[in-house]
Design a protein. Structure first.
Ligand SMILES: Cc1cc2nc3c(=O)[nH]c(=O)nc-3n(C[C@H](O)[C@H](O)[C@H](O)COP(=O)(O)O)c2cc1C
Length: 293
């Protein structure tokens, strides 16, 4: 139970450690990066070492890793050193196989738009094309290129400031927010595995920041050390600012006499059902049913 295995990057085979990193740091978003060299030769490659790192200024970062076998640079990296502009396109389910095809190690003069069949569209500000099939594209200026090492497999951070964003209108809700199901994004897992965003996979966790939650440390011992409640249950319970008062519980006991003869375990089990339903106050009232007696 909860047995731990420990790995040292200096002694583990590099490939194995790569599998550990990319198999555990998941799911990773995929940037489909469009770049071009100084002669205008277009290149298109996916990068899952990618994320957003700043809102103002809006900064996206991706990392081409030097080829492990030959310790040579990806064409994308050579390109951004020649022309400091890219378009970062986001990959939805209906084009992911073409994106995978674009990742093949074609010669630098080969245009992956042609190979993948994805459609190049003129950008508004930058020279590289954007991808017509992408639901969201960011025209970017490369503001800095930061090598992280010189050995085979070393990454280079390509830091990109977003100059202009394009998004299909169909991905938005009426309130202007992006609907994750309409975006239909694909993300990378370990090995050859990918994941999609579907109805079962999307759920809400209210941010505990509008009011400062009490936290697990301030809960009564019998709740904190419950044999029934899980860590997630405690996390939900901890979002309330304080536990219900004695007066509130007294009132609850008068209304809800059906709990009178239940054991602590039974009460805790009932509370977990309420928590699943996001009825946090009621869960507390059940948990504290006999607390003030
Ligand atoms: C979904 C996906 C994500 C990838 N992410 C990365 C990455 O983050 N860094 C990297 O160096 N290569 C990554 N690759 C591999 C590159 O896309 C591949 O090596 C490509 O040939 C590089 O193209 P270039 O040499 O034209 O730049 C990824 C491949 C796929 C299919």
């Amino acid at each position: 139970m909860n047995e731990i295995k420990t790995f040292d990057p200096n002694s583990l085979d590099k490939r194995k450690f790569y599998q550990l990193l990319t198999g555990s740091i998941t799911p990773r978003p995929i940037a489909l990066v469009s770049s071009c060299d100084i002669n205008g030769n277009a290149n298109l490659s996916p990068f899952s070492f990618f994320n957003v790192f700043s809102i103002n200024p809006p900064i996206l970062v991706f990392s081409p890793v030097s080829r492990v076998r030959s310790n040579t640079n990806r064409d994308t990296l050579s390109n951004v050193k020649q022309l400091d502009e890219v378009v970062i396109n986001l990959v939805s389910r209906d084009s992911v196989h073409q994106v995978s095809l674009a990742s093949a190690d074609y010669d630098s003069e080969v245009n992956e738009f042609d190979k993948s069949g994805l459609t190049p569209v003129d950008s508004a500000i930058v020279v590289p094309y954007r991808v017509e099939e992408a639901y969201v594209s960011f025209e970017c200026k490369v503001t800095s290129i930061l090598p992280l090492g010189d050995k085979a497999g070393a990454g280079t951070l390509v830091i990109c400031e977003v100059l202009l964003a394009h998004a299909r209108t169909k991905i938005f809700n009426e309130d202007g927010s992006i609907d994750p199901l309409k975006l239909d994004i694909v993300a990378r897992l370990g090995g050859n595995n990918y994941t999609i965003t579907n109805k079962e996979g999307v759920y809400e966790i209210e941010k505990p920041i509008s009011e400062l939650g009490m936290g697990v440390d301030l809960m009564p011992e019998e709740v904190k050390n419950s044999k029934v409640l899980s860590g997630n249950d405690l996390g939900r319970l901890g979002t309330l600012t304080k536990i219900p008062s004695e007066a509130e519980i007294t009132e609850f006991r008068l209304e809800r006499t059906e709990f009178l003869n239940l054991s602590e375990t039974e009460l805790h089990n009932l509370a977990t059902v309420k928590l699943e339903d996001n009825k946090i106050e009621e869960a507390w009232e059940i948990l504290l049913y006999n607390y003030y007696n």
